[in-house]
Design a protein around this ligand. Sequence first.
Ligand SMILES: Cc1cc2nc3c(=O)[nH]c(=O)nc-3n(C[C@H](O)[C@H](O)[C@H](O)COP(=O)(O)O)c2cc1C
Length: 222
Amino acid sequence: MSSARFVPLSAYREYPVEQMVERAKVFYEDVRRRRTVRQFSDRPVPAAVLEYCLRAAGSAPSGANRQPWHFAVVTDPERKRRIREAAEQEEREFYQRRAPHEWLEALAHLGTNEHKPFLEIAPVLIAVFAERYALGPGGRRLRNYYVSESVGIATGILITALHHAGLATLTHTPSPMGFLNEILERPPHERPFLLLVVGYPAPDATVPDIPRRSLGEIATFL
Ligand SMILES: Cc1cc2nc3c(=O)[nH]c(=O)nc-3n(C[C@H](O)[C@H](O)[C@H](O)COP(=O)(O)O)c2cc1C
């Protein structure tokens, strides 16, 4: 027997074709301006913007609607300092020892290294956690489905929402990131997914001049 309850799809909107094309184009023109920023200003960002963008992320689709994500929003300077210290330690290991030559070669054009001052300078870090399983009544473990896919989609919406609101982000993945559980007091069933650095770009920020693959390269129409 199904326990599903259904309601009318009142939130859906259809637009005339011309308007649809215009909306798709305007969205594309906006989203294509997004760049990963690695030099941030220390200017604080409005809490209300973060909250709406996090709500937008939380509206993402997810396997079996488990919504297997948690966003830890960090503005506390001491926690940011500890995150920088731990991330730089992992990154030193990565760049000096662990990284295969091929990986370092792939990163070379970005000019990245083990120094991560933005982790303290940027006003906000959002640590995204993926819930390996959910906790049901009485602490019972409920299996989550397609966790990485779901959290990846939610994070994509978060990055897009922040960009749309006029903030810059850096997707940062120091590896491994287990230190985030300890510093941010998250339980072990939450796996650190990535660390999003959020803020205004520094006035003199630069970005690598990188190409985008064309539509013909990224899509086939059958
Ligand atoms: C999953 C993922 C992990 C990333 N990890 C890092 C990182 O640890 N450090 C960094 O500087 N950039 C990182 N980036 C940013 C990419 O280098 C960047 O998105 C790419 O070069 C394209 O540039 P753009 O975002 O400006 O379009 C990451 C991006 C993604 C999607």
